[in-house]
Design a protein around this ligand. Structure first.
Ligand SMILES: C[S@@+](CC[C@H](N)C(=O)[O-])C[C@H]1O[C@@H](n2cnc3c(N)ncnc32)[C@H](O)[C@@H]1O
Length: 286
């Protein structure tokens, strides 16, 4: 029995040559066929995917490396260009539904690096003819959860596929990550809007409208909260002072309200500017 088990194991462990030219051993783990060092091709995925990997990240937490282990993505060398859509902080226009044909025929690529070390990337030696930014989307990965624009590599690729109309590809890709489906869930509404656009300009307009709507809704929520807070503070005073002159009391209340209102203005403005800072994180990042 022990012999048979070993034989079975030996059958599964095979030497193969990865895209980086190194020999590597493949092994089976949790239903996937992975390789110890890099690549085991999953030839079933419908789109080509590639990355320039600058090895900035912890391999255990790096989504690009995981895609590579799954055989879904290939590594490109510095100096090598990519024919498909390059989703990159160096992009000019935004990914848009008009990119669909390029993605379908040539695929999509990302730059696997640390956000903190982005200035070290030799963007002039990587990339391609179709370099793109992503429009406003929220990250769902554990490192940058809830932050706009700070997507990791698998989220960036999935976002690109979803925007060009391949939500099915996005789902397939993200299902390899426990938090992956959450990315599509928290961005569901805005992805639908982007999918209905055509070119980069229309996506830009949709993005601006979305950010404006978010900012307005946030402002309204704050105003509602401020009003509720004022009434919560005001009502007990009324109850305590019911013996005093109604008119005078009413004037005081009004003054109190004004004062309160005045005081709350800087607070609202202050916290709103923080929010705007968050909404404008996109321009801060790039
Ligand atoms: C900076 S790396 C971080 C990778 C991370 N260490 C991981 O585990 O995947 C993320 C890459 O995804 C792409 N990306 C993410 N958000 C983007 C955005 N808003 N616009 C353009 N590209 C983006 C870029 O290729 C970027 O270099």
């Amino acid at each position: 029995m022990g012999k048979g088990k070993n034989k079975d194991h030996d059958d599964k462990v095979k030497s193969s040559r990865g895209s980086n030219g190194h020999h590597s051993k493949t092994f089976h783990k949790k239903g996937f066929q992975e390789t110890k060092y890099s690549v085991k091709k999953d030839l079933n995925f419908p789109a080509k995917m590639a990355m320039w990997d600058f090895d900035h990240c912890d391999p255990k937490r790096c989504s690009g490396k995981k895609l590579e282990r799954l055989g879904l993505i290939r590594s490109l060398r510095i100096g090598q260009k990519f024919q498909g859509v390059v989703v990159s902080p160096n992009g000019q226009g935004l990914v848009c539904p008009d990119d669909r044909e390029i993605v379908e025929t040539q695929g999509a690529a990302v730059v696997e690096c640390s956000w903190a070390r982005i200035e070290e990337i030799p963007f002039n030696r990587i990339g391609g003819k179709h370099e793109r930014l992503l429009p406003y989307l929220l990250a769902a990965n554990p490192v940058n959860y809830g932050k706009p624009m700070r997507l990791n590599c698998v989220e960036a690729l999935a976002a690109c596929f979803a925007i060009v109309g391949h939500l099915d590809w996005a789902k397939d890709l993200l299902q390899h990550f426990s938090w992956g489906p959450t990315f599509l869930k928290i961005n569901k509404d805005i992805i639908k809007i982007y999918q209905q656009c055509t070119d980069a300009e229309s996506v830009k307009k949709a993005e601006e409208d979305w950010i404006e709507t978010l900012a307005r809704e946030k402002q309204e929520r704050k105003e509602q909260k401020a009003t509720v807070d004022i009434w919560m503070m005001g009502n007990p005073n009324r109850q305590h002072d019911d013996s005093s002159d109604d008119e005078e009391e009413s004037d005081d209340d009004e003054n109190d309200y004004d004062e309160q209102d005045q005081q709350s203005v800087p607070d609202l403005v202050g916290s709103e500017s923080e929010d705007e800072g968050e909404l404008e994180a996109k321009s801060d990042i790039f």
